[in-house]
Design a protein around this ligand. Structure first.
Ligand code: BDR
Ligand code: CA
Length: 315
């Protein structure tokens, strides 16, 4: 079977770290490289975290540094409560041996897409700043991108940073607007589905002690579970596997049901900036631009995720 060439665009991040491990244990995906973005930490931390996690994974892939702040607005760090001061729950990260590549994230994406026309899937699990930068500077690549799978947005459910906005869209709404309106084929893997695939205390406790990432993942995910469940006893906590699900859907689109909708990004609303505004009207004249994931086979995803990363039990 032909593998799918992908580029992961990430703000590593605890769930991004799990997504990297999931992608690098796939025999269906061929990860050409990982591009980094600010978000769950500053760009120095997210890039360092990415290099460290790659080093603990079974494959080596190049890492390219990207944006350190949003396209037009100021960066407002909001993720520390969920991802800790260094983006990985405060876990003491060793100094990775692998160095970041000299090529920029945008140049790497452009070059890879031009070399593999209509084959590459971009998996975006961060603010969309790098991808917007690519599409703005090199609009000729838009028709050469096979698909962009985005962890971001909230179609029919509340947001997670504000009542209506999800973190990856809220963190750079102008970038999200550029990408959503670009005409590229897009699958939106939003909170509607990512909140249906939780990791739990029992699953975490069952991680094989023999995997090289055991200690980092134990410490980081423990932080993540605590952050998502204030006041809840360890043992009863769960937290969403947002970013791994986006990788899962890039690998196997059958994991979810998608529906095409016109979706726009709110840029101005005092209470609604960063909202993914979906036009669900039956008689709308707006054209559908986004395939929105509305349902997920969570059981199948969690089974695969657990098997590949070597957790012995499911949530
Ligand atoms: C998204 O925001 C980030 O903090 C997570 O890594 C994930 O990509 C969830 O809203
Ligand atoms: Ca992320």
């Amino acid at each position: 079977m032909k593998s799918i060439p992908v580029i992961l665009d990430m703000d590593t991040g605890i769930d991004d770290a799990l997504a990297i491990l999931y992608a690098l244990t796939s025999d269906k995906l061929r990860v050409l490289g990982i591009t980094t973005c600010f978000g769950n930490g500053n760009i120095v931390n997210t890039t360092r975290n990415t290099l460290a996690i790659v080093e603990l994974s079974p494959k080596t892939v190049p890492v390219y540094q990207g944006a350190s702040h949003p396209l037009v607005s100021a960066w407002e760090p909001t993720a520390e409560a969920f991802h800790g001061p260094n983006g990985l729950g405060g876990t003491r990260i060793f100094r990775p041996l692998q160095q970041v590549e000299r090529l920029s994230a945008v140049d790497f994406m452009r070059r890879s897409i031009e070399d593999n026309p209509r084959e590459i899937v971009l998996v975006a699990t961060a603010r969309l700043t790098n991808i917007a930068g690519l599409l703005l500077a090199h609009s000729e690549v838009i028709s050469l991108i096979k698909r962009i799978v985005i962890m971001g947005g909230a179609a029919f459910v509340p947001g997670n940073v504000t009542p209506v906005a999800e973190a990856n869209i809220w963190g750079d709404p102008e970038a999200a607007w550029v990408v959503f309106q670009s005409g590229a084929p897009i699958t939106m893997v939003g909170l509607d589905v990512t909140t249906k695939v939780p990791i739990s205390d029992s699953m975490l406790a069952s991680l094989s002690p023999h995997v090289p990432y055991h200690d980092v993942i134990q410490e980081a995910v423990n932080f993540y579970l605590a952050a998502y469940n204030p006041g809840v006893q360890p043992g009863k906590r769960t937290a969403p596997l947002h970013d791994p699900l986006a990788v899962g859907i890039a690998e196997d689109a059958q994991l979810c049901v998608t529906r095409p909708y016109p979706v726009d990004i709110e840029l101005r609303g005092q209470l609604t900036r960063g909202m993914t505004v979906l036009d669900g009207r039956k008689r709308t004249t707006a054209a559908s631009n986004i395939d929105v994931a509305v349902k997920v086979d969570g059981e199948r995803f969690l089974r695969q995720f657990a098997q590949r990363l070597q957790f012995e039990i499911l949530s």
